[in-house]
Design a protein around this ligand. Structure first.
Ligand code: FEO
Length: 166
């Protein structure tokens, strides 16, 4: 059984991963509406990954004999200025998620809950990878630019990242 404090934070993380999935789905839809098919596909795949992050937490909580909760998920932003705005938002969001994972890890350590601390290490590594991935995309946007054919090139570049990950 998990300690109450730890369970509350894990359930909050479940909700945050669910929100992340919806946010990236909304971004995918925005990209699709602008004809940015590479980015739309990449973001839809990333939305599905976030659902897996949620389900992994969900299964862990239930395995401990505690109850994982399905709660209301806040509506994400659906409108963006341009593709750079989309990826700036993602990068900021992922840094926020990393902060939450770190808080959780610190809590489990102070509560002597080493099993959950150990479980969370997967998320610590994942956040490191995701921050690097999105920073890399932002760097490409900066180098190539979004004017003229730049937007098309960036969209193709983002589609390639998906292939590299698969
Ligand atoms: Fe579940 Fe993108 O972190």
């Amino acid at each position: 059984m998990l300690k109450k404090k730890v369970l509350k934070k894990l359930n909050e993380q479940i909700n945050l991963e669910h929100y992340s999935s919806n946010l990236y789905l909304a971004m995918s839809s925005w990209c699709q509406s602008k004809g940015l098919e590479g980015s739309a596909t990449f973001l839809a795949a990333h939305s599905a990954e976030e659902l897996q992050h949620m389900q992994k937490l969900f299964a862990y909580v239930n395995e401990t004999g505690s109850q994982a909760l399905v709660a209301e998920v806040a509506a994400p932003e659906n409108t963006f200025k341009d593709l750079k705005d989309v990826f700036e938002n993602i990068y900021e969001h992922e840094k926020f998620v990393t902060g939450k994972i770190n808080e959780l890890a610190a809590l489990t350590m102070s509560e002597n809950d080493y099993a959950t601390f150990n479980f969370l290490q997967w998320y610590v590594a994942e956040q490191h990878e995701e921050e690097a991935l999105f920073k890399g995309i932002l760097d490409k946007i900066e180098i190539i630019g979004l004017d003229g054919r730049g937007l098309h090139m960036v969209d193709k570049e983002i589609a390639n990242r998906l292939r590299q990950q698969a």
